[in-house]
Ligand binder design. Structure first.
Ligand code: ZN
Length: 498
């Protein structure tokens, strides 16, 4: 380690602080910001993005990065130098004006998207989306890519991911999903999902949210739970300020229940990063796919498991006597694991969820290549939904306007959700093998053994390993679709008596 390295860390931390300020502005925009503040907020976001970019790509940063040295025995320093180099090399290809234009266009597009979604009218979103897509195409062309422009954007969320690596995985997964779906349909034992859409009063849902966050050991002295249209988790200054949002629907329990478990899973990862490395890559999450593995693991592998509900159901039933008083544990557990092709990705079951991702993966690649024009998106969306899930949205709101991602300019983000499902199943299989009686602990509501395992196996490493290396280090095997398939077959074997 040398002086240049210390200087590099100082610079990385300053950039991280600017990004944290941007996250705070974003958090505010999604939770409390009054509607008429949108234009001023877009200007603020553009300024912060421009400042952070300039601090990263300036000559001083370059000189310091070139001169920084780390001992072989210091993995944190080696990680920080390697990752600083990766981000620097990527960002310096983008002029500040383009970065500012993207930040501005995405802040405005979010407002247009919210209005278009509210009115279920894609045409209201199309101009803002076109503008943003053009800017992102320009960014992709400047960054460069091994095979197609989509990869340049995907790399921001899942470093190193390529289309040739992902496509066969998605193809295998789609084939296996379609087969399992056919067996489930043939079983003819559809759970009664109507019990989930009864009257669930909001005060009791808020209590449920608080209890679930506490059960999972989300530290609310270093976090908070608010309400937004599209639930998310954001970190504002390292593991000491990690916030989540949820949403409440009084006639549907699932969004608040599973949304909270999901976002809490993200928050646990952020709170488990090493505080001493905050603001540097060693103190940051590996990739969005690994991030999603943490949320999925808690939401699905734990939060939809039989063992979890054997422990939790009586108290949840007590919170909702009107809705659940006459519902058995078995009926509830089967209902929350029902499989049914549906329109909305965030409400999809664990099996068909990945088909929603494949719809977006294929469409986005087409948008970036220029094969799919913005005006054609609603029709192209509906066509893909029909061919993959066998259903067609009634309107844009439940079709191509459902997700916030494109309005944020986050093209290339969706594949990280399916990667997250795959990583989650592979990690959970290993945790189960390495921990004594994991199901027993989950049944008792004792989440400590699993959280400790995740902290030492995954969280504490920050970006020390790239995603594919981390999977190998933690599970002893490269990424495979088999653990997810084994998990889904076992679960639906029980739910549907296959
Ligand atoms: Zn997530």
């Amino acid at each position: 380690m040398n002086d240049a390295y210390s200087d590099l860390v100082t610079r990385l931390r300053e950039i991280s602080r600017l990004n944290a300020i941007s996250s705070l502005l974003d958090w505010d925009q999604e939770t409390y910001m009054p509607p008429r503040a949108a234009a001023a907020r877009a200007d603020q976001q553009a300024l912060i993005a421009g400042l952070a970019h300039e601090r990263l790509v300036c000559d001083e940063f370059a000189a310091c990065l070139d001169a920084a040295r780390a001992d072989d025995a210091d993995p944190a320093a080696r990680t920080n130098i390697r990752e600083a180099r990766r981000v620097f090399d990527r960002q310096r290809k983008l002029p500040r004006s383009l970065v500012e234009q993207i930040a501005h266009a995405s802040s405005s597009a979010k407002t247009a998207w919210a209005q278009a979604r509210g009115e279920s009218n894609f045409a209201l979103f199309a101009p803002a989306l076109s503008r943003l897509l053009d800017l992102k195409k320009e960014a992709a062309a400047r960054i460069g890519f091994p095979n197609e422009p989509y990869e340049a954007l995907m790399d921001e969320f899942e470093p190193g991911a390529t289309v040739p690596a992902l496509e066969p995985v998605f193809t295998q997964l789609r084939e296996a999903t379609v087969q399992l779906l056919a067996r489930i349909r043939a079983a003819g034992r559809q759970p009664d999902e109507s019990i989930l859409v009864r009257n669930y009063p909001r005060p009791a849902q808020e209590e449920l949210t608080a209890r679930m966050a506490a059960l999972l050991q989300y530290d609310l002295e270093a976090g908070r739970i608010d309400v937004s249209t599209h639930p998310f988790c954001t970190t504002i200054g390292g593991p000491t300020d990690v916030r989540i949002t949820t949403r409440y629907n009084e006639s549907f329990i699932s969004p608040a229940l599973f949304g909270t478990l999901h976002e809490t899973g993200h928050a646990l990862y952020e709170q488990g990063l090493q505080a001493e490395h905050a603001g540097t890559p060693m103190g940051e999450a590996v990739s969005l796919g690994i991030h999603e593995s943490q949320s999925r693991l808690w939401e699905n592998m734990v939060g939809r498991s039989r063992a979890f509900w054997e422990g939790q159901y009586p108290s949840v039933q007590g919170l909702f006597p009107e809705a659940l008083g006459d519902v058995s544990l078995d009926a509830f557990w089967r209902a929350i694991n029902a499989v049914r092709p549906s329109m909305i990705r965030v409400e999809a079951d664990e099996l068909t969820y990945n088909l929603h991702i494949i719809v977006r993966f294929e469409l986005e690649r087409g948008m970036l290549r220029g094969d799919v024009e913005v005006g054609d998106i609603p029709a192209a969306w509906n066509e893909k939904m029909k061919s993959l899930l066998g259903i067609v949205p009634a309107d844009d709101r439940e079709g191509c306007l459902q997700d916030i991602h494109w309005s944020m300019g986050a093209f290339g983000y969706f594949p990280t959700y399916t990667l997250g499902n795959l990583y989650a199943a592979q990690f959970f299989e290993t945790a189960r093998a390495e921990l004594d009686d994991l199901d027993g602990a989950i049944r008792r509501g004792d989440t400590r053994p699993l959280l400790d395992w995740l902290r030492r196996s995954i969280h504490r490493h920050g970006q020390r390993y790239r995603a594919h290396e981390l999977v190998q280090v933690v599970t002893g095997k490269p990424l495979s679709i088999e653990p997810l398939l084994a998990y889904l077959r076992a679960k639906y074997g029980q739910v549907y008596g296959l």
